[in-house]
Design a protein around this ligand. Structure first.
Ligand code: NIG
Length: 380
């Protein structure tokens, strides 16, 4: 069964083979043919082939669905009071995570599943078609296993973040031994990635390295929360260990930027989190100018960034971080795919997954030109 999408005013393909100046490899007055779940043809509407079915998007822009490579959706409870204290001047600190750990442990499977379902649906309705999500609010072998198992019901991109903070009340050394032993073994069947919050108040460089090496040994890909609150060792460690991504990157030295630019590690910036925690915005412009690959993600979680809107993050990256619209859209699609080491999403080229995001606008420029306006028309 094939479907011809026609009436596309602007098609963002992100074709890496495109031989031109446009980062998004856009085609105007375009058509696209989907067969089963894959793209089988793209090109000018005037040359579109026949298909079994036809959908006219009536002059709208089509782009690849957002690839949201950083979220924490297995949680219960609410941190409104912490947010209010923060906007009144209290700084964000890793300690708030313990509040969500307590609420998550107290929740039933069905309550956690309901939250996941709601947030995944909310993200999809805004154009997200690939979503990574993390454990990290359980912090015992049984609770982390439960979180990983529930997350895997909603996405293949599940990340184990047992090393989020030292479990409340636990001895740091004993908790590290649990992480690299029984906890890692418990989650292994359900997760693709391991992540560490390498930060003051969470895990130092040695502990972070130990967790990442143990996970790599078991075949997991690596991700790091690094340089969010301080100019710590996270970025350096992520690059040293060949992590797919280092996320946050708010406080970077010149050496960090240089290391990222010379590596295969994606620098994932989280604009909504930066605003919500009142951290300096991650230096996305500086990273791009140095030659690093960046991704933009929502970091949807109840503490530091309670939004599932990648479009909001894209608009913020343009309006406040100095990116062009093309750079920001590319980072939230192709960049997210790179951060997840995927070549089948984040692009609309022959063979890629047919994850189509139709905007109620004639071009992606409207994502920043009309900030805050819900522009997702439909998601296929
Ligand atoms: O990516 N920084 C660490 N982890 C999350 C925040 C989690 C929380 O505050 O509950 C983040 O921002």
């Amino acid at each position: 069964m094939s479907t011809l999408f026609t009436g596309i005013a602007e098609l963002t393909t992100n074709d890496p083979e495109f031989d031109g100046d446009d980062l998004l490899a856009r085609i105007t007055d375009a058509a696209l043919v989907v067969e089963d779940d894959r793209v089988v043809w793209t090109g000018p509407a005037s040359r579109a082939p026949e298909a079994d079915d036809r959908i006219d998007v009536c002059g709208r822009a089509v782009l690849p669905g957002w690839v949201d490579s950083h979220s924490h959706l297995v949680f219960a409870g609410d941190r409104t009071a912490e947010f209010e204290a923060r906007v009144a001047g209290r700084p964000y600190a890793a300690g708030g995570i313990a509040t969500t750990v307590a609420a998550t442990r107290a929740a039933t499977d069905e309550q956690l599943r309901r939250g996941l379902r709601r947030h995944v649906a909310e993200a999809r309705a805004q154009g997200t078609t690939t979503l990574e999500t993390k454990t990290g609010y359980g912090l015992t072998p049984a609770e982390e296993l439960r979180a990983a198992r529930l997350a895997a019901e909603f996405t293949d991109e599940v990340t184990w973040l047992g090393a989020h903070i030292v479990a409340p009340g636990a001895d740091p050394g004993a908790y590290l031994a649990e992480l690299v032993g029984p906890q890692l073994d418990a989650v292994l069947p359900h997760v693709r990635w391991a992540d560490v919050f390498c930060e003051t108040g969470a895990f130092d460089e040695d502990a972070s390295r130990a967790v990442l090496l143990a996970a790599r040994e078991k075949g997991l890909g690596l991700r790091v929360h690094g340089n969010q609150l301080t100019q710590g060792p996270g970025v350096r460690l992520a690059v040293e260990l060949g992590a797919a991504s280092v996320d946050h990157c708010n406080h970077l030295s010149d050496a960090d930027v240089e290391a990222l630019a010379g590596s295969g590690t994606v620098a994932t910036v989280l604009p909504a989190c930066d605003l919500s925690t009142r951290q300096p915005l991650a230096p996305a412009r500086r990273l791009l100018d140095a030659g690093a690959t960046i991704a933009i993600a929502s970091n949807c979680n109840p503490g530091s960034s309670y939004t599932s809107s990648v479009a909001f993050c894209v608009a913020t990256a343009v309006l406040q971080m100095g990116l062009t619209v093309a750079e920001a859209v590319h980072a939230a699609t192709s960049g997210g795919a790179r951060a997840l080491r995927r070549t089948d999403v984040g692009r609309l080229t022959v063979g890629a997954k047919a994850h189509l995001h139709v905007l109620d606008a004639p071009s992606v420029t409207h994502l920043a030109y009309r900030p805050g306006v819900p522009l997702t028309h439909s998601v296929h």
